[in-house]
Design a protein around this ligand. Structure first.
Ligand SMILES: [Zn+2]
Length: 389
C-alpha cells in the first residue's frame, strides 16, 4: 500500500510535469539563444540587504551597485513544500531542478524521488560546468546542483557524489570533507581528494596558486581554501581568494568550451552575516558579491551568448534600514530574526532572453525558463531508476 502510494505520488508528479507544466511555461520562442549561463546566488540576499550595501557607497543612497545596472528585474516566490520559510537546500533544489521540495532535501522530492539538475543537463550535452562558493562546496546551495540526497547533512556522501559528477571547476571552502590535512593542506592517505587527483583534477589550496595557475585545454580544477566555510570578506585571510578571483579563474576554464557552460557562483556568507545580525559583515560580503556580478556582466558584454542571472534563495534576518540621511550618514538597521524569512527575493537578468525573468516568478520557474533558453527540452525531469544499471 505504501509502495502504491509512492508510485501514485510519482505518477501524479510525472503527469504534472508532462501535461500541466508545458501550459504554465511561458514560450520563450528563443530556444538555444543562450550558450553560457552565469547564475549568481546571493544566499540570504533580500532587497533591504542590497539597499544597505548601496547606501554604504561613497555617495550614500545616490550610489549605484553593479546589480542596479541590470536591465531586467523580477521577484521570486520561494516557500518550500514543508514550510513558508525555505532553507537553502529546498530553495537551491528549486533553482537547480525546477521542483519544490521539503527543507533539508537536495534535488529529491518530498517522497525521495531524485530529480535532475539543470547543471547536470548542461554537462550531459557536453557543456562545461562549475561551482564557485564562499561556503563549503558541499554546502546545500552548491550541492543541490550536483547531487541527490535526502538530507543536506550527509556531507561525506555529498563530497563523494560531487567528485563523481566530474564537474570542471569546484572552488570554495570545505577541505575537511575531502580529507585534506588541516595543517599541511595536502591530501591525507586514502583521502577522498585523491580520487579527484586520479581523475586529472588540479588541486589548489591558496590564493597565490589559484591566481598563478596556467589553464590548459581540458583543465579540471578543485580549489579548497578553508577546512569549513570561507571567511567574511572583511576578515578574509591573504591565503583566501575573493569570490571574484575564484569566478574569473572558473570562467577561464569553462569559457574554453565552444559548446558553452553553466557556472553557479554563490555569495554564501551574506546569509551567515544575516544569521548573526551583523550589518558590517553582511554589507562587506554583499559588496564582494556585487563585484563578482560586475565582472560577470563584463564577461557577458564580451561574449554575447552569455546570460547573467542573479537571484537569492531566501531573505535572512528580516533585515531593514530603519534610519539615516541620504548621504549615508547615521544609518541604523533593524533585524526581526536570526533565521530566514518568507520575503520574496529579487531576480536580475542581463543578456539574451533576460526579459523572461521579469515579473513575479515562482522560484521553480527560473531554471525552467533558463532550460528553455538554453534549448534543453526535457526539463524538469525525474531521475528514474538511473542507479540500477
Ligand atoms: Zn541561512
Amino acid at each position: 500500500m505504501k509502495l502504491f502510494r509512492k508510485q501514485a505520488q510519482t505518477l501524479l508528479i510525472v503527469s504534472f510535469v508532462m501535461f500541466v507544466l508545458p501550459i504554465l511555461t511561458v514560450q520563450t520562442g528563443e530556444a538555444a539563444s543562450v550558450k553560457n549561463v552565469i547564475l549568481l546566488i546571493g544566499d540570504g540576499m533580500g532587497i533591504n540587504h542590497i539597499t544597505a550595501a548601496r547606501i554604504s557607497g561613497e555617495k550614500g543612497a545616490y550610489s549605484r551597485l553593479n546589480l542596479d545596472t541590470m536591465p531586467y528585474t523580477g521577484f521570486s516566490i520561494n516557500f518550500s513544500t514543508s514550510s513558508l520559510i525555505t532553507d537553502s537546500a529546498a530553495a537551491a533544489t528549486a533553482l537547480a531542478t525546477g521542483f519544490r521540495t521539503d527543507n533539508g532535501r537536495l534535488a529529491t522530492l518530498p517522497d525521495g524521488t531524485p530529480v535532475m539538475s539543470i547543471m547536470l543537463k548542461a554537462k550531459e550535452r557536453g557543456q562545461s560546468t562549475g561551482i564557485v562558493t564562499t561556503a563549503k562546496i558541499t554546502d546545500a546551495t552548491p550541492a543541490a546542483f550536483l547531487v541527490n540526497a535526502d538530507s543536506r547533512t550527509f556531507e561525506r556522501t555529498i563530497a563523494q557524489d560531487m567528485l563523481n559528477t566530474q564537474t570542471d571547476v569546484l572552488l570554495g571552502g570545505g577541505a575537511d570533507a575531502f580529507g585534506i590535512n588541516p595543517f599541511t593542506r595536502e591530501p591525507k592517505a586514502r583521502a577522498l581528494i585523491n580520487q579527484a587527483l586520479e581523475d586529472g583534477y588540479t588541486y589548489v589550496y591558496d590564493r597565490d596558486s589559484l591566481l598563478n595557475l596556467e589553464i590548459t585545454e581540458g583543465s579540471k580544477l578543485i580549489g579548497l581554501f578553508m577546512g569549513g566555510g570561507m571567511s567574511f570578506e572583511l576578515t578574509r585571510f591573504p591565503t583566501e581568494p575573493s569570490l571574484s578571483e575564484m569566478m574569473l579563474k572558473a570562467l577561464e576554464i569553462v569559457g574554453q568550451n565552444p559548446g558553452g557552460f553553466f557556472l553557479m557562483v554563490e555569495g554564501a556568507r551574506i546569509d551567515t552575516a544575516g544569521h548573526s545580525n551583523s550589518p558590517a559583515e553582511m554589507i562587506g560580503d554583499l559588496l564582494a558579491f556585487d563585484q563578482a556580478v560586475g565582472l560577470a556582466l563584463d564577461f557577458a558584454r564580451a561574449n554575447s551568448a552569455t546570460l547573467v542571472l542573479v537571484t537569492a534563495d531566501h531573505e535572512t534576518g528580516g533585515f531593514a534600514v530603519t534610519s539615516g540621511t541620504p548621504a549615508g550618514e547615521m544609518v541604523n538597521y533593524g533585524w526581526l530574526s536570526t533565521g530566514h524569512t518568507a520575503a520574496m527575493v529579487p531576480i536580475y537578468a542581463f543578456g539574451p532572453g533576460a526579459e523572461h525573468f521579469s515579473g513575479t516568478l515562482d522560484i521553480t520557474e527560473i531554471p525552467i525558463r533558463l532550460a528553455e533558453l538554453m534549448g534543453i527540452s526535457d526539463f524538469p525531469a525525474l531521475i528514474e531508476d538511473s542507479q540500477e544499471q
